[in-house]
Design a protein around this ligand. Sequence first.
Ligand SMILES: NC(=O)c1ccc[n+]([C@@H]2O[C@H](COP(=O)([O-])OP(=O)(O)OC[C@H]3O[C@@H](n4cnc5c(N)ncnc54)[C@H](OP(=O)(O)O)[C@@H]3O)[C@@H](O)[C@H]2O)c1
Length: 180
Amino acid sequence: MLKRGAAKVYVTARKPAPSDDPRILPVPLDVTDPEAVPALAAQARDVSIVINNAGALFPSPLLEADMADVVATFDTNVFSALRVARGFAPILAANGGGALIDMHSILSWGAGAAAYGASKAALWSITNSLRVELAPQGTQVVGVHLGSADTDMVRHAADEGGTVRPGRRAHRGHRALTPV
Ligand SMILES: NC(=O)c1ccc[n+]([C@@H]2O[C@H](COP(=O)([O-])OP(=O)(O)OC[C@H]3O[C@@H](n4cnc5c(N)ncnc54)[C@H](OP(=O)(O)O)[C@@H]3O)[C@@H](O)[C@H]2O)c1
């Protein structure tokens, strides 16, 4: 974003890393917190591009997974993305339309990706409807069907041990869900 000329980038995570770059504003945000997203929107009123990047992956098969993990997957990957879209749609409108970018996955359309794939399929559908709903205000809505990228999520691919709980990083078993 900075290389493309962004004047300011709000970087969110539950515990964002500090930055020496004055153009980067790290802001703590838990996207599953219904009050935190409107609070951030009230603070970041100059935003013209919103990227829904936060994602969680609990790899257990649908019939065996702890239902709490399935719910947590949808809370992070689906409902929180919609929460962010709702919170920032008026700001994007006020700033000329801008863009909303949702991070889907190649697993949006593939079988065998359990709750993660189902959640990305749901997000894909939400993106498509938001594209229609936000067209009148001139907001470009884009979905990114990412293949495989070398990130923490993938680096933990071989980590098959332990129990992943909501609120902790949810990477375990990505290898089993990666179709490439
Ligand atoms: N890597 C791939 O091959 C691949 C393929 C297809 C799609 N994707 C998608 O790309 C996006 C980025 O994933 P990644 O591969 O870069 O994995 P990652 O390194 O694990 O990044 C996931 C990000 O989501 C944030 N996050 C998770 N839960 C959150 C919450 N409740 N509140 C706020 N932030 C939260 C994490 O921040 P904290 O945990 O620090 O809060 C982290 O910054 C995800 O949507 C993922 O599904 C990745």
